[in-house]
Design a protein around this ligand. Structure first.
Ligand SMILES: Cc1ncc(C[n+]2csc(CCOP(=O)(O)OP(=O)(O)O)c2C)c(N)n1
Ligand SMILES: [Mg+2]
Length: 544
């Protein structure tokens, strides 16, 4: 298993040991894989998810039930948002299970945890038989890579060092499309796109997961068709490309992008998840009669469904199809009279006093100009995610956010996983005070492994996103002194930020201080919100 994980590009394993998995930890420690110990299993799960999003496969390794069930939520997120995470759990030995004794950590039956994970993964296995174990490892890892979803491997502790069958060679499995159906689908798509006056591509998360970014860029360059992304797929292609429109998210997004996409007579959705958040809580107006919808699970063109067509083959086919070349259209934003891209660029200059209290809007505008080619932005649920939609990400895949399953507590551990996956990049972690209180202690893991994320805690005294819907004392959180956490960790630098000039100073200092993490506690008015959340509220009010 260690060899196969290594062959698939894995170099790190996130987790916490326990007696049911100690034998395997010893093997890991002696292998070429490096163990990254987190404070909590949920942190390991989110870190492995970020690692998988960036490197194509991530691993979390935990002990039976007490550890395993803590990564149920992170595995659910990886499933829902298509991230290939391998969950390896220790378990009681097969011999120990005879006569059903009450061994510690057992819930109901010995297979309770395995049954939970069957529901949360695309493939799972209990390596209970040395005769089939090696095949099982290949089968399950192949499913993770094929479907970009998590898998579960349970290791009974008495079999960890039992050899499998000798001379086992992993089988390479190539699945192909049905050539005739693929040809028919491409013919219909070609005709529809060539007849269209204003086609547009929406490139989403699966383009990233299947490594098709270059093909989408090629398709856009060859045809002059502009590309929008979604919040979940944000930064799937570099946001500097001349044909990049912006993030499409229904009423929540920028008006120019919304108008362009919704007035298109041919929307080419590639690898898109039609989720409520991606579509601005279903304010998007996309007509199936004007859409080509292709994912790893489904291909439909107008009202026709095509079976047995691989996603990659369809995207490749589009690039090779005889599509007419058009001049790149000019994108206009409503009322601004400027190119859309100009608006998406970092804003400069300020008419607001530098000593005035900081607003969410100004915070994100300032962060926009702080981003460099070395930054990877990781956003947590809440206004951190909504606000980040407008950030201008330079290169592809520099943005991670749980924009569908939306589990709070993702950003700090995911930022750690992201930096372990790619040490060249410095994570900029955006996290609300509520979400920070869930997993912020994982900064301790950053200290342990000498990572240096910059963490922006948006302190609006509670669950701001929920306050917009319905308020009550249940939306308050205890006011921590977040900026003083470096005292607890014995490392890192903390900054308290209340004004724009304090933000400038803190960001400048954080840029210089690269030895350890920097935490900027940004105090915000509890009623303040990002322009994206504001836009959504305004447009909903207009439409309802
Ligand atoms: C694990 C989890 N629990 C609860 C929720 C419901 N929820 C969605 S947003 C939110 C508030 C987030 O608060 P905070 O992190 O401070 O961000 P803010 O909304 O204030 O920007 C809550 C509780 C959730 N998404 N995930
Ligand atoms: Mg908050």
């Amino acid at each position: 298993m260690i060899q196969r994980l290594y062959a698939h590009g894995v170099r790190h394993v996130f987790g916490i040991p326990g007696d049911y998995v100690l034998g395997f930890y010893d093997l890991l420690e002696k292998s070429k894989l490096r163990i990254i110990n987190t404070c909590d299993e949920q942190g390991a799960g989110f870190a492995a998810d970020a690692y998988a999003r960036l490197r194509g496969l991530g691993v979390v390794c935990i002990t039976y039930c007490v550890g395993g069930l803590k990564v149920a939520n992170t595995t659910a997120e990886a499933f829902a948002e298509k991230s290939p995470v391998v969950v390896i759990s220790g378990a009681p030995g097969i011999k120990e299970r005879e006569k059903n004794p009450l061994l510690h950590h057992k819930v109901r039956e010995f297979d309770t945890q395995a049954r939970v994970f069957k529901e949360l993964t695309i493939a799972s296995t209990v390596l209970s038989d040395p005769q089939t174990a090696l095949q099982e490892i290949d089968r399950v890892l192949h499913a993770a890579l094929r479907y970009k979803r998590p898998v579960y491997i349970e290791l009974p502790r008495d079999l960890v060092s039992v050899p499998g069958i000798p001379h086992h060679e992993p089988r390479e499995i190539h699945e192909t499309s049905d050539a005739r159906i693929l040809a028919a689908a491409l013919a219909e798509a070609e005709e529809m796109i060539n007849k269209a006056k204003k086609p547009v591509i929406i490139a989403d998360v699966e383009i990233h997961r299947f490594g098709l970014q270059d093909l989408v860029v090629k398709l856009a360059v060859q045809t002059g068709i502009p590309v929008a992304s979604t919040l979940l797929g944000k930064s799937v292609i570099g946001e500097n490309h001349p044909f990049y429109l912006g993030v499409y998210e229904g009423a929540m997004g920028r008006e120019g992008v919304r108008q362009y996409v919704e007035s298109s007579d041919c929307v080419i959705l590639l690898g898109a998840f039609l989720t409520d958040i991606n579509l601005g809580v279903f304010t998007a107006r996309l007509d199936p009669a004007r859409s080509i919808y292709s994912t790893s699970e489904k291909l439909s063109i107008r009202y026709h469904n095509y079976e047995d067509v691989r996603f990659k083959d369809f995207v490749r086919g589009l690039v090779r199809a005889k599509l007419c070349r058009r001049p790149l259209p000019r994108f206009e934003t409503a009322g601004q009279g400027r190119g859309l891209r100009a608006v998406a660029r970092p804003m400069s200059g300020t008419t607001v006093s530098k000593s005035a209290p900081l607003t969410v809007k100004r915070l994100f505008e300032r962060l926009n100009s702080f981003l460099t080619d070395e930054t990877i932005v990781v956003a947590d649920v809440g206004d951190a995610l909504f606000g980040a939609a407008d950030l201008h990400i330079h290169d592809r895949t520099e943005f991670l956010g749980p924009a569908y399953y939306a589990s709070m507590g993702f950003a700090v551990p995911a930022g750690i996983g992201a930096q372990v996956a790619n040490p060249q990049r410095r994570p900029l972690i955006l996290v609300g005070d509520g979400a920070f209180q869930m997993t912020g202690m994982e900064l301790s893991t950053a200290v342990r492994y000498k990572l240096n994320p910059i963490v922006i805690v948006l302190n609006n005294a509670g669950y701001g996103t929920e306050r917009q819907m319905q308020d009550g004392p249940y939306n308050d959180v205890v006011p921590w002194q977040y900026h003083r956490l470096p005292e607890i960790f014995g490392a890192g630098r903390g900054f308290l930020v209340k004004t724009e000039s304090e933000l400038d100073q803190a960001l400048a200092a954080a840029e210089q201080h690269t030895e350890s993490f920097c935490l900027l506690e940004v105090r915000l008015d509890p009623q303040d919100r990002s322009p994206a959340l504001q836009r959504l509220a305004e447009r909903l009010a207009k439409n309802i």
